[in-house]
Design a protein around this ligand. Structure first.
Ligand SMILES: NC(=O)c1ccc[n+]([C@@H]2O[C@H](COP(=O)([O-])OP(=O)(O)OC[C@H]3O[C@@H](n4cnc5c(N)ncnc54)[C@H](OP(=O)(O)O)[C@@H]3O)[C@@H](O)[C@H]2O)c1
Length: 246
């Protein structure tokens, strides 16, 4: 049996990932987001707003049930938001807080609980935190988004380092951890980017051109690349990955 826990499954990359996972046999998928848009006999949806960290803390222990046997268990922290696009000094504090809750604190809490729940089970255990190229270089107007993805990258790197240490000390089982940049994918997030006021975001024209020139990746094809990583997880040593390398 395979078990997938995927956040942000109501649309975009997360929905494509859940649909791709459900094409595999003996696979159960648990999805998380505010809206539920998927229906399948092996899919269970948990409606949750990740900007509400108190609600997440109260419920998180119920998300990862005890499993007596599994071949593969995967957590994909995919839910994310671009947040308010504007220069620092003009941002609204509540939106800034929500962005870090959704993009950093929620994935961190979920990953910690997932690892607590499955640390002793002997299965292939993979965690993919969906990152972004924008976590590696600054983009004006995207301060919160860039910083949140950089935080997720470092969180993933520390977790992988810890797993390697535990393996060296003789742990029977460990987690394989990646922070994966998905490329530029044709989703609602890209639509949001194209609607931003150029005065708050000088790179707007690049994103308008990507859409105009049909250069955005398709979510289903992107999901396929995630599954290439999942199926060959041991082959990849580095934590920070980009689908454009596959
Ligand atoms: N698209 C790209 O080009 C691109 C590039 C680099 C990185 N990424 C990353 O890829 C991931 C997926 O992006 P996408 O393009 O598929 O975005 P999307 O189409 O906007 O989908 C975002 C998903 O996250 C969920 N989500 C957002 N806010 C949430 C909240 N408060 N609580 C719970 N769930 C929430 C949404 O569900 P609900 O609204 O139903 O809650 C939705 O399912 C994100 O982490 C993004 O940063 C995307």
């Amino acid at each position: 049996m395979q078990y997938f826990f995927i956040t942000g499954t109501s649309r975009g990359i997360g929905k494509a990932l859940a649909e791709r996972a459900l094409r595999e046999e003996n696979t159960t998928v648990v999805g998380f987001s505010r809206q539920a848009t998927l229906q399948h006999e092996r899919y269970r949806h948990i409606k949750i707003d990740f900007s509400d960290i108190e609600q997440l803390k109260e419920n998180v222990t119920h998300f990862f049930p005890a499993l007596s046997q599994a071949d593969r268990i995967v957590l994909i922290n995919n839910a994310g938001t671009l947040g308010e696009v504007n220069y620092i000094g003009r941002l609204e504090a509540t939106q800034l807080q929500a962005l870090f809750h959704i993009n950093v604190i929620a994935p961190a809490i979920l990953m910690n609980s997932f690892m607590k729940a499955y640390q002793n089970i002997e299965a292939e255990k993979i965690i993919i935190n969906v990152s972004s190229g924008a976590g590696k270089y600054p983009v004006d107007g995207w301060s919160g988004y860039c910083a949140s993805k950089a935080a997720l990258d470092m969180w993933s790197e520390v977790a992988a380092l810890e797993q390697n240490k535990l393996k060296e000390e003789g742990a029977a089982t460990s987690f394989k951890i990646f922070a994966l940049a998905p490329g530029v994918v044709d989703t609602a997030m890209q639509e949001t980017i194209r609607q931003v006021d150029q005065r708050n975001f000088s790179t707007l024209n690049k994103f308008l051109a990507l859409k105009r020139n049909h250069q955005l990746d398709d979510a289903a094809q992107t999901a396929e690349k995630f599954f290439y990583l999942i199926h060959h997880a041991e082959k990849w040593k580095e934590v920070l990955q980009d689908v454009r390398r596959f």
